[in-house]
Design a protein around this ligand. Structure first.
Ligand code: 26Q
Length: 802
């Protein structure tokens, strides 16, 4: 479309002026961003058509990744890099006096997710396309992504996020492919001509699902896959006694992304969202298959559907419904197809986060789906009975419907041929504990796939300075094969490489410091240790442990102003689910402590505490490259994997972490001398849970340091209102500290002293940092996706169309 800078400039200028009907000097940055975005989308379209044509003609097996979250962030920069035209565009714009960075800033983050699970889906799409694999996403086009966070007097306030306000340049609306999704109504049975019992869903209220296709551009390989996002609209011929209400209820389905977890509102709407997504997805997947094939029994040879956590699990009964009711198949054939088509990933062991739906909500909303789930349950329990006669207790625990609840994880396991955890320890915990009965019954389904992150966004794009240094040192193969990063081992003690790395870090710290100054009005010391914890706010992630440690350091400095510690800047970024009261208290605590500490002239050379408002993907891209220390301090056994830990590692930050999730594999890869491990092991934690023996009160009484900081939560030291942090105090002492914050406190202080001592020896520090980068290639999502493709999906790369 344009082969060089001159071509590009000419095309861009012409298009800009024609689109906005004004001369170039009068156009705004937004005009320029939209013009560029539209040009690039069209540029992408040629390969998009090509890729789709290829998939159609080759009739190649396709993978569909169903997910309630896709946390994409911004796309302009990444698309330009993957297309291989970043430099042309950057230089061309520069000639016109436009800075590409400024245009990138105009783009809103597509924040269609809460955290790790949604970002993982986005990283997977990037790897699939970059590896030439036929894998696509299917999700929801929420009008408002995860809320925008404002901090007002230390409290989190949520505003509706508005990513679509100026339109989304990358998407293509496809109204011709609308699918109608039925809700409510009733099920009627009848006997057909052949004497078979059949079912029909009558009096349903239909909602239209309209697809918006988004291109997913592979890295310099001309592959463009598709992320299809569905939006709810009133159906065209749907009669209704109250049209206004019908319209409102319909549009509400894709209005908001509901924040994570047990502490939330909007449960019923969420079930609507889930069925809406899977009904639309399954319909198009099957239709697309039938344009190329006629035998549905062969579907599993050509299609594999991945269920990202339990949220899209209704895809299993939905495919059954289609096969039984619309294609008139018998149950056994339909079940054969289904159980060879679906695979499922679990992302949590927190039992309170395992999804269940009350039958009283489920059945009226989705009557036909409910009757199918019921039948699946009966047959499954019957099968269990064959294997475990008279073991009522076991069968009750494994049932899909029990005690008036539908258990989504059980349905997922029963209907899938593969069940995986997201890190080694997590998969082991699933097999040994949470899903042990299912593992005993069908061990062949269980496997482990350690998460990964796309190094193209989290290193190449987020940290071009480091990427360039690496390329100058070991060549550029690492971009295609991140394993090549191991070549950096040879340079871990090389002083000139160490110094160059230190320079890069400095540049990134300066940039972050600049943002901090703009946003928080606080000047931070570039020479201080940037100690960072950015992730969803959750009790198990223990932001509290971090804060209590800062309080301890503050007390220590107040007692002894000569206390020898290196200056530190503690940086937090976190959103709390709006209904999660306790998490919000922690945010307030961070602010109360920072207010006091940052204002105290006695410690101002030593400690600064920064809370970065509205943490999201684009902010994350600035944070990871600027971090010296990565806080991965969850209660062991609770963090399924973590992926932020990998982003820090790849950028050379050193991990302070528990032996939890993927930290364990980071330790294995980086070597135990290159990571700071502290705290209880998962086994110890689980033993305490099962056998008791922990008393937080003892630690409170026996350790003066703990005593002081815990008292400071309620004695007005950090807050005028003494009751403000009572819930935190109570969680620690009255509720016996479920997450072992006080138990791990001493060990956490010690490890941070080691961090301090190590930072005082730059040669050692930078060597450790380089060893981390050198070993981070394993955590590229390319490796993860290769494992999924080879062992679960059985999909193949293609190279035909290039
Ligand atoms: C709960 C109930 C009903 C509906 C939805 C939910 C819900 C929604 C989102 C529950 C959990 C989530 C998000 C979970 C998540 O982000 N998990 C993280 O997944 C990462 C990728 O595998 C892991 O690295 C993290 O360890 C895990 O916490």
């Amino acid at each position: 479309m344009f082969s060089d800078k001159t071509d590009f400039k000419e095309a861009f200028l012409k298009r800009l002026e024609m689109s906005y009907g004004k001369p170039f000097p009068h156009t705004t940055k937004r005009d320029q961003f939209h013009t560029l975005g539209n040009m690039i989308r069209e540029y992408i379209s040629m390969n998009w058509i090509h890729t789709n044509e290829h998939y159609r003609l080759q009739n190649q097996k396709q993978m569909y990744y169903l997910s309630i979250e896709f946390l994409l962030g911004r796309l302009l920069g990444q698309n330009l890099i993957n297309l291989g035209i970043y430099e042309i565009v950057k230089d061309g714009l520069q000639d016109l006096g436009i800075t590409l960075d400024d245009l990138e800033e105009i783009e809103s983050d597509a924040g269609l997710g809460n955290g790790g699970l949604g970002r993982l889906a986005a990283c997977f799409l990037d790897s699939l396309a970059s590896l030439d694999l036929p894998g696509h996403g299917s999700g929801i086009r929420y009008k408002h992504g995860l809320f925008e966070q404002k901090i007002v007097e230390g409290y989190q306030v949520e505003l509706p996020e508005q990513w679509l306000r100026h339109g989304h340049v990358w998407e293509v609306r496809k109204p011709d492919l609308t699918v109608n999704v039925p809700f409510w109504g009733r099920v009627e049975s009848f006997v057909d001509d052949q004497g078979n019992l059949r079912f029909e869903h009558r009096d349903a209220e239909y909602v239209s699902a309209v697809p918006y296709d988004n291109p997913v551009v592979g890295y310099k390989n001309s592959t463009v896959n598709t992320l299809r996002l569905w939006s709810a609209e009133p159906a065209r011929y749907q009669p209704h006694k109250d049209m206004m209400k019908y319209k409102r209820d319909t549009e509400a389905i894709t209005e908001f992304l509901y924040p994570d977890d047990t502490h939330d509102e909007g449960k019923i709407l969420r079930l609507k969202q889930q069925y809406f997504l899977v009904c639309a997805s399954i319909r198009t997947i099957v239709d697309s298959y039938l344009t190329k094939n006629d035998d549905l029994l062969k579907l599993p040879e050509y299609v594999v559907i991945h269920i990202n956590d339990t949220h899209p699990v209704l895809a299993i009964p939905e495919l059954m419904r289609l096969l039984l009711d619309e294609y008139k198949m018998n149950w056994d054939d339909a079940w054969y197809i289904v159980t060879k088509t679906f695979c499922y990933t679990n992302h949590t062991t927190l039992s309170e986060a395992l999804e269940t739906w009350p039958v009283r909500i489920f059945q009226p909303l989705l009557p036909r789906i409910y009757s199918i789930v019921n039948e699946i349950n009966e047959r499954y329990c019957h099968q269990l009975w064959q294997s475990y006669p008279n073991e009522w207790d076991r069968i009750e625990k494994m049932a899909i419907i029990a005690h008036g609840e539908v258990k989504m994880a059980h349905l997922a396991i029963a209907g899938s041929f593969s069940v995986n955890g997201v890190a080694k320890i997590h998969s082991e915990i699933l097999k040994k504990r949470e899903m042990n009965l299912f593992y005993q019954f069908s061990p062949e389904k269980f496997n482990s796939k350690t998460n990964g992150i796309t190094h193209r966004r989290w290193l190449l794009k987020a940290n071009p300075e480091l990427a360039q240094l690496i390329t100058e040192t070991i060549g550029s193969e690492w971009i295609r094969s991140p394993d090549h990063l191991t070549k950096l081992h040879a340079f871990s003690s090389d002083s000139s490489f160490q110094q160059e790395l230190a320079k890069v870090r400095r540049v990134k710290k300066e940039k972050l410091a600049h943002r901090i100054y703009q946003q928080n009005g606080i000047v931070v010391d570039i020479n201080s240790i940037f100690d960072v914890q950015v992730k969803r706010l959750h009790a198990y992630k223990r932001q509290l442990l971090n804060v209590l440690h800062i309080m301890y350091l503050y007390n220590r400095l107040k007692e002894d102003p000569t206390y020898n510690m290196l200056p530190r800047t503690f940086i937090f970024g976190a959103k709390a689910s709006p209904g999660y009261y306790y998490a919000k208290k922690i945010i307030k605590l961070i602010h109360s402590v920072s207010k006091k500490v940052n204002a105290d002239p006695m410690v101002k050379e030593k400690i600064k505490i920064i809370f970065l408002e509205n943490y999201r993907v684009s902010v994350a891209e600035e944070i990871f490259p600027a971090a010296d220390v990565s806080e991965q301090i969850s209660t062991a056994s609770k963090e399924a994997s973590g992926t932020g830990n990998m982003k820090f590692m790849m950028n050379g930050a050193l991990t302070v972490g528990t032996l939890d999730g993927a930290n364990i594999e980071i330790l294995e890869r980086a070597g135990k001398e290159n990571i700071f491990i502290f705290g209880l092991s998962a086994e110890e934690v689980l033993r305490y849970y099962s056998q008791g023996g922990y008393s937080s009160m003892e630690y409170y009484h026996l350790d003066e340091r703990i005593h002081t900081v815990v008292n400071q939560l309620v004695n007005g030291f950090f807050s005028e209102d003494e009751s403000e942090f009572e819930p935190i105090f109570d969680s620690l002492l009255v509720e016996n500290d479920y997450y072992f914050v006080l138990r791990d406190f001493a060990s956490y202080i010690d490890i941070h002293q080691e961090v301090d001592a190590t930072f005082q020896k730059p040669e050692k520090w930078w060597k450790m940092s380089i060893e981390n980068i050198a070993n981070s290639g394993y955590f590229s999502s390319d490796r993860t996706i290769e494992e999924y493709s080879n062992h679960i999906w059985k999909i193949n790369q293609y190279s035909f169309h290039k």
